[in-house]
Design a protein around this ligand. Sequence first.
Ligand code: ATP
Length: 477
Amino acid sequence: MADFKVNLEDFTNKDYRVIFNSLTKKEPVRLTSSLNMREDYGVDHISSVDIIPHQETDTLYSIGTRIDLGGDTESEKIWQSFLENYQEKYSITGFDKDYKLFYGSNLYTLSFLTDIKRSAYLSTTNNLNLEMLKDNIPPFFEILEDYINTVYDVSEEYIDFSLKPQPTLRTYYYNESNDRMAEEKGSESEKFETISPEQLNVKFDDIGGCEEAKKELDMVAYGIKYPYVFEEYQAEHPHGILLYGSPGTGKTLLAKAVATELETPFIHVHGSDIVSKWYGEAEQNIKEMFEVARSRPHTILFIDEIDSITPAREGSHEATQRIVSTLLDEMDGIKSSDDVILMGATNRPESIDSAFMRPGRFDKKVRVPLPDMEALKQIYSIHLEGKKPEKNIDFEKIASKSEGFSGADVKGVVDLCIKKKISTLRDKLSEKPTKNEVKNLAEPITTQDILNAIEEYQKNLENLRAFGTPGHIPGYI
Ligand code: ATP
């Protein structure tokens, strides 16, 4: 059995792939976790999640979670809770109050559970399908996360467990040719991080304001999904989209929302990296970047600060001219409707070489403005969601005090506000606070808290301005 340590910090793409390989070969896989939680309820930890080929069918896997319980009396209650809540949904094997042993029907569970006291093995056979695994790995992990979280939700408290993948390879879609490429290119493949739509999970509704931009991008996504609608008029959806506007207004978020909407992979590159980190090999890297993007249809290749690789050629350094030409060549090479979608973002559209603006290159230019009052209210509401805001936050008032702020500034204000709330809460708590104590003493975020945070945020920015820090300052467009 392949055994993987689930270390929340560095569960990598490579792990995903090895797991996938084992499963496609119908080998059982065990994810061993070192989670130590719920001691207060007598649960020591989830020690493993096993994925085991089903004994009778080819396509189903059985997944099971082993949970060790502590030895105090609380654990008896948890046994009961397991039985009452989960017996119908999952099969619970090996429960024996006196001996606390497993004797699961499954061969694989038997071999490692005999020395465990007070353990439960919950298993289900109907929610993991090999066909689904073939598509991609992340949904499979979502299922596991869900499963683990369901199991943990045995008592009043809910613990949100996440496998938090940390991709280090270029893609986590299993794809033989990608694998070969990664092997051939060795560590170079780590240059381009491909993010799956499941991981991005940014919806247009998560973005406040930018109504025009959202509408335009929604149309682009529509054209990609239903090319024949465009073909009816012998038109094609644009392959090059330039997002321009002040820093922190949501350009990156919008690009991610398109990828999420289309369920396509997303590669995020910074133009400045292409010219600085990869100095001397920029052209080769640009080519490789497109090659990687082409390995999956409709990959969105998002180049932030694109102006750093698209300056006017006239009078520029020879190396820069070569970069510009390579990028133009690659853009001209985007032909078929399922090819790469290049999205560039810039705060300085005027400095981009006019050649990039010609038809067939950046066909679509989308302005992403600073938020107006209505948009500011929406953005505050988005960033305060789930963060204990009081019921009647005066969005009108906080928006009017935030004139000239970008979405990123709003996020900065909310983060600052939360930091202050936690610091105030900490002063009120005992040295070793219990969760109940925290729940009882944590106060909601009020309008006044946010107004105070806005004032402080503005002061911080003025201090930065006094030091001549470049970058976006509210009111500076
Ligand atoms: P830059 O030009 O500096 O790269 P950007 O326009 O790409 O900035 P983002 O990276 O999309 O801006 O935004 C940074 C963060 O600010 C986002 O992760 C989000 O938390 C917040 N934010 C920005 N704009 C919005 C918005 N319109 N709605 C909600 N949140 C926003």
